[in-house]
Design a protein around this ligand. Structure first.
Ligand SMILES: *Cc1c(COP(=O)(O)O)cnc(C)c1O
Length: 371
């Protein structure tokens, strides 16, 4: 018997496993495993989504015109250079398929987002990683791994799962060191959370070159992960390519409607940002006071490193938290088996986590209260 075989490389792909959403015995677990927006979406986005239920028999606007215009107004960008996708995941896949194939290399940094490797292998290209120093992307290491075969460099800025970022000057240096035929894809999924004046999400780089694309998502700050909505701001050439390879109706109509309302609700975005700004520092301080190693983060999550000691390690902590209905992300797939990634949720959720981690460590809960 012969069975159909996929193209070479496909069976080497380790399927992406998302954050857990269920904890046995807990009807409503505390969900901090996928960096979803803690406040939920804008009520205006939910209303727009519901209004769209009346026209589900109609195809969506294949040009995604209103949403691109709304994004353009919000960020001061030319809508003609914006391409929307079913999550930025789809845009990562389309970009890779369009620019890289068998024999080509897709380069990213050691603790980069898992989707880059999956997209590369799906396209038949070879994923190549550049080592990081201190859990931060290293521009020289990335440039040192560029070869004649490199087609795309993916860099998440800020990066998931480390929470670190590269300042604009470093991004400019990375771009300046790349040959013009290499696409630099700046994945700025967490851009809205960054409050640092040396940070730039990628817009300036796109504006100054033909080989840069910035990827953004509605899954994090806009808390619309269920709708699968992302966008790319591109050079005209890259926008043209993405529009050729995407499906004609790749973004569904309720998502487009909700996206317009979300991007126009700047007050809700500000609240979402403020929650993280307020919560992350005291939560991190609490973890540090328990003796854990917690690298600083500019995004809506923290990487928490546990001692490599049986019963006290990240695995044991994960099991302990899950038993108590608290879902956080294991980092084995990222090559960080001693770490857990914990999204920033609501104040009372983070207080619960802190108390549970303290109990796990056999220590009394940190005295500091939120607020
Ligand atoms: C969450 C995330 C995304 C967003 O993916 P969507 O497909 O838009 O939900 C993209 N890149 C990184 C680094 C992320 O963490």
């Amino acid at each position: 018997m012969t069975a159909p075989a996929p193209r070479p490389g496909i069976l080497d792909i380790a399927p992406y496993v998302g954050g857990e959403s269920k904890a046995h015995g807990h009807a409503e677990p505390v969900r901090l495993a996928s960096n979803e927006g803690a406040l939920g979406p804008s009520p205006l986005a939910i209303a727009a989504y519901e209004r769209n239920a009346a026209s589900l028999h109609r195809y969506p606007d294949g040009s995604v015109g209103e949403l691109r215009a709304a994004i353009g107004r919000r960020y001061g960008l030319d809508p003609a250079r914006i391409v929307c996708g079913a999550g930025s995941d789809e845009l990562i896949a389309l970009l890779t398929r369009a620019y890289a194939g068998p024999g080509d290399e897709v380069l990213y940094s050691q603790y980069g987002f898992l989707m880059y490797a999956i997209a590369a292998k799906t396209a038949g290209a070879t994923p190549v990683t550049a080592p990081e120093a201190g859990l931060r992307a290293d521009v020289d290491a990335i440039l040192g791994r560029v070869t004649d075969r490199t087609r795309i460099v993916f860099l998440a800025n800020p990066n998931n799962p480390t929470g670190s970022y590269l300042p604009h000057a470093e991004m400019r240096r990375l771009h300046a060191g790349l040959p013009g035929h290499v696409v630099l894809a700046v994945d700025a999924a967490y851009a809205e959370y960054v409050v640092r004046n040396d940070y730039e999400p990628g817009i300036a780089l796109v504006d100054g070159a033909q080989n840069v694309v910035m990827l953004r998502t509605f899954s994090k700050i806009h808390a619309l992960a269920a709708l699968r909505l992302g966008w790319a701001y591109c050079s005209p050439g890259i926008a043209d390519v993405l529009n050729r390879v995407r499906g004609p109706f790749n973004v569904n109509a309720p998502s487009q409607a909700a996206g317009v309302a979300a991007v126009e609700d700047s007050a809700h975005m500000a609240r979402a940002r403020a929650q993280v700004e307020h919560c992350r520092p005291w939560f991190r301080e609490g973890l540090l006071s328990l003796g854990l190693d917690v690298p600083d983060s500019v995004a809506n999550f923290l990487l928490v490193r546990f001692p490599r000691q049986a019963g006290k390690d990240a695995d044991a902590a994960h099991a302990y938290l899950t038993d108590r209905g608290i879902l956080v992300r294991k980092m084995v797939a990222y090559g960080l088996p001693d770490a857990l990634r914990i999204s920033i949720g609501l104040d009372h959720e983070m207080r619960l986590v802190l108390d549970a981690v303290a109990a796990f460590m056999g220590k009394s809960p940190p005295a500091r209260a939120p607020g």
